[in-house]
Design a protein around this ligand. Structure first.
Ligand SMILES: NC(=O)c1ccc[n+]([C@@H]2O[C@H](COP(=O)([O-])OP(=O)(O)OC[C@H]3O[C@@H](n4cnc5c(N)ncnc54)[C@H](O)[C@@H]3O)[C@@H](O)[C@H]2O)c1
Length: 361
């Protein structure tokens, strides 16, 4: 089924949304960027019980402000998913788990490989073991990354492309995908893996530049700084606005045919990093571009041009990106203009409030 008509797509989405009514959903990493946008979408549906587990890992995107407007309507567990007695207690009776907890930074994975192993492999196994023992038929949607393909040998990369990650994070995410699929095959856990591309939008970490280029470009443009392009910024990438990713997560969660499958997400058209920077400068009316040599530690793990073919998820689940880059960037810029104070400094909303984060927010 190829869905390219907006009316059919909204019918598919409203059927999907009905699947969640009266159900209970656990989001791991739900104080982070994508998880908090997903929590908000589920709350908007109404009649969905949403719980979050998040350890507010320093240096990552967890931020209590991300759920500030829905805090009375979610159950928040500030805890590490990798602790078995915690997660054992949380998975029972849940209908869906959106498993987003993990380290996103490829650069950090090279600096702290053991930390990445803990979060992206060991904690994933702890969650899967908990499901095997206490909720073996739960549906789990796992967010992987297109980084597992490494440097592409053809473009756009589809799910048949060979996997050859160039960094520790890619290796661990690939292992975690395989854990999910193994637990599906052997124990009946209804797992599905999505390989995300660069995702951007409101509620993303902006306070350092180790979680992807786009949030950092947004910050530099808003601050009226020079956006630094490594090389000449000619690398071509595809981007997804976070609402489109949330739609894909919901579709994958609600669909039986998705179980045991891996799906790429992808953007409408590849765009160079320099074009993204120019778009931000034009939107904000601020900032400038400066080309700088590639820092060696980034050059080592750079995948060059990379963008994904998303035809499989389009054909099987009816997903396609719907937000244009211009619209998505405008919404993003507008969000940070309004909420700058909560994102500019490291963990602006985690340090003071983390002690009070508990059940009921
Ligand atoms: N953002 C992207 O562009 C992108 C691209 C590809 C894949 N992904 C994947 O999507 C997922 C979500 O990414 P994001 O951008 O929202 O990241 P994020 O850093 O904003 O959120 C991740 C959250 O997970 C939490 N966390 C980490 N380890 C945990 C643990 N053991 N227990 C409990 N909480 C834990 C962190 O505190 C953080 O709040 C990640 O798995 C990431 O690998 C993201």
């Amino acid at each position: 089924m190829i869905v390219n008509c907006p009316q059919i797509l909204s019918m598919v989405m409203s059927k999907t949304y009905n699947e969640y009514k009266g159900r209970s959903v656990l989001i791991t990493g739900g104080l982070g960027f994508i998880g908090s946008n997903l929590a908000r979408a589920l709350i908007k549906l109404g009649d969905v019980e949403v719980s979050i587990i998040d350890s507010l890992m320093p240096g990552q995107g967890g931020n209590l402000f991300n759920v500030d407007d829905i805090k009375g309507r979610i159950t928040l567990h500030k805890a590490d998913m990798g602790v078995d007695w915690v997660i054992n207690h949380l998975v029972g009776g849940v209908d869906y788990i959106f498993n987003l907890a993990g380290n996103v930074s490829h650069l950090d994975s090279m600096l702290y490989p053991q930390g990445d192993l803990e979060q992206n492999c060991a904690a994933q196994l702890t969650l899967l073991q908990a499901c095997r023992n206490f909720n073996p038929h739960v549906k789990i949607v796992f967010t992987s990354t297109r980084q597992v393909y490494g440097k592409p040998v053809y473009l756009p990369v589809d799910e048949q492309h060979r996997v050859a990650p160039l960094d520790i994070n890619g290796i661990h995410k690939l292992a975690a995908e395989n854990y999910h699929l193994l637990y599906h095959r052997l124990y009946g856990i209804r797992a599905v893996c999505l390989r995300l591309t660069n995702t951007y939008g409101p509620r993303q970490l902006l306070c350092h530049n180790r979680q992807g280029f786009l949030p950092w470009f947004v910050r530099q443009a808003l601050a009226g700084d020079e956006i630094e392009l490594f090389g000449e910024g000619r690398q071509r990438r595809d981007l997804n606005y976070v609402d489109d990713v949330v739609e894909a997560l919901l579709l994958a969660g609600a669909s039986e045919v998705a179980e045991g499958e891996i799906f790429n997400l992808g953007g409408e058209a590849p765009v160079s990093l320099s074009e993204v920077a120019q778009e931000l400068i034009s939107l904000t009316g601020r900032g400038a571009v400066r080309c700088v040599p590639f820092p060696p530690e980034r050059q080592l793990i750079d995948i060059g041009n990379c963008y994904s073919n998303y035809r499989k998820i389009e054909a099987m689940l009816g997903w396609r990106p719907r937000t244009s880059l211009r619209t998505g960037l405008a919404l993003t810029v507008e969000f940070y203009e309004r909420n700058r104070a909560h994102y500019w400094e490291p963990n602006a909303n985690t340090l003071s409030e983390s002690r009070t984060a508990a059940r009921g927010g």
